[in-house]
Design a protein around this ligand. Structure first.
Ligand SMILES: Cc1ncc(COP(=O)(O)O)c(C=O)c1O
Length: 456
């Protein structure tokens, strides 16, 4: 005779069983989530909240282990920094050495100069470097430097971009405006409308009209800022658009900034600057450069970097920060970047090859099975977009499929693969081919289970 449990398993939908399994095996995570709700206004860093947040106890290589001891394949990449995976040995060693010496002095150690040299050597566009504590700080300082140097007020961003959390970065295209001439609005309460109306401008992404707008507003425009590969649209076929953008900015005497906070030391050792062979005037870095500790970097031509020192009679900006350039971050950054430099010939081709393999196999499967989804990828960064027939960017997300998308990631967690709440996924050098095989299988099994449940 069949057990009651077995009969129940046969009659219940697969997604319900997965939900029950996840709840049963994450009791400690659930308990902690109640404590968090009582004490935290906002749990900073979005967790996977399906069916309740998952909290991580430890991490190693391509894996994360939660408080309850469940192990997952990690596709969060720490939101991008972990190009070498979790707790890579060279970074762990560098941190251990620095911790013995102390970690916060108020007077610099030798790390800043050394990490700055490594960054400078990675790109011909970098004459000098300045350290801060996050990608957001870096973009904030870079915008200030551009305004100071040029004496112009307006900074242009592209539709679909993300540049951090300060007032000048939280600007979005108004979805009610024309896509080719988007107007800007602020994101969230508390940012004066004047910021979006008078001080920032929105350009259409991968749209030739952007060049006309730059020409039209060149006298007010201090700088055009672009993620050379947008994290919301991970794709690499941007060469032509970026070449033209470089040309038009030079022609109009408008500074060009590459925000390489995610792509720096991830797409190639020399970031998108190397991949596309383009020299921007300003570059911001973060994430990978800190080896997993908080960091931001403003870098660029001598002319723009003079705004930090006031050299050559350049108008000087105010910059600083208690923890900027702190010895621990410098040590972990040096540990990571030295290793990436020594092994770049192996690491970057590997990341591209495995990222492409993962995306291609999932896309072939979706295509063959009429599943309305496409894995977009730029090497090791990827985003599964749920949408209609033609999926080219995150603009093509079909929001009516939101329930399916949520169910998909819950189910994937049940197959022990974790993607962060923003759904931007990363693989690392620690994700060896057999781990990628497991990821591909987990995605396929998840699609199949949901199809059985009638989702497609
Ligand atoms: C392109 C880009 N710029 C800036 C930032 C902000 O960096 P942070 O979160 O370190 O402040 C991010 C963060 O994801 C980013 O992707």
């Amino acid at each position: 005779m069949e057990s009651t449990e077995h009969v129940e398993a046969q009659t219940k939908k697969k997604s319900e069983l997965v939900r029950a399994k996840l709840i049963n095996r994450t009791a400690k995570c659930e308990k902690l989530s109640h404590r968090g709700q009582a004490a935290l206004a906002q749990e900073v860093v979005q967790t996977v909240d399906l069916p309740h947040p998952i909290y991580i106890e430890s991490a190693q290589g391509p894996y994360l282990t939660d408080l309850d001891g469940n192990r997952y394949i990690d596709l969060t990449g720490g939101f991008g920094p972990n190009v070498l995976g979790n707790k890579p040995e060279p970074v762990e060693k560098a941190l251990a050495t620095q911790i013995k010496k102390g970690w916060h002095f108020g007077i610099p150690g030798d790390g800043q100069a050394y990490l700055a040299e490594l960054i400078k050597d990675s790109s011909p566009a970098v004459d000098e470097v300045m350290f801060c504590n996050s990608g957001s700080e870096a973009t904030m300082f870079a915008f200030r430097a551009a305004r100071a140097l040029t004496g112009k007020r307006v900074i242009a961003l592209f539709d679909g971009s993300y540049h951090g959390i300060h007032d000048y970065a939280l600007i979005r295209a108004n979805l009610k405006s024309d896509r080719s001439t988007p107007s800007s609005i602020t994101l969230g309460a508390g940012i004066p409308d004047e910021v979006s109306q008078d001080l920032m401008m929105m350009l259409p992404y991968r749209d030739e009209n952007a060049f006309e707008l730059i020409r039209q507003y060149k006298d007010e425009l201090a700088m055009v800022v672009i993620e050379p590969v947008q994290s919301s649209n991970p794709r690499l076929d941007n060469q032509e658009f970026l070449n033209k953008l470089r040309e038009v900015c030079s022609e109009c005497d408008v500074l060009l900034m590459f925000d390489e906070v995610i792509t720096g030391f991830r797409i190639e050792y020399g970031g998108c600057q190397e991949y596309y062979n383009i020299k921007p005037d300003v570059i911001t870095y973060g994430k990978a450069v800190g080896g997993g500790l908080p960091i931001g970097v403003v870098a660029g031509s001598q002319r723009i970097m003079n705004t930090f020192s006031g050299a050559e009679d350049t108008p000087a900006i105010f910059a600083g920060g208690t923890f900027s350039g702190n010895p621990l971050t410098m040590a972990s950054g040096i540990g990571a970047i030295e290793y990436l430099k020594e092994n770049k010939e192996e690491i970057y081709p590997y990341l591209h090859e495995q990222g492409n393999r993962l995306a291609n196999e999932i896309n072939d499967f979706c295509h063959a099975n009429n599943i309305p989804a496409k894995m977009m990828n730029a090497g090791s960064m990827m985003h599964l977009i749920f949408g209609g027939e033609k999926i080219e960017s995150s603009r093509d997300i079909d929001h009516s499929l939101y329930k399916l998308e949520k169910e998909f990631y819950l189910h994937l967690l049940g197959h022990n693969v974790i993607v962060p709440g923003i759904h931007l996924a990363f693989i690392s050098y620690a994700h060896k081919p057999e781990v990628i095989d497991e990821v591909i299988l987990a995605f396929k099994n998840t699609f199949e289970d949901l199809r059985e449940d009638g989702y497609f």
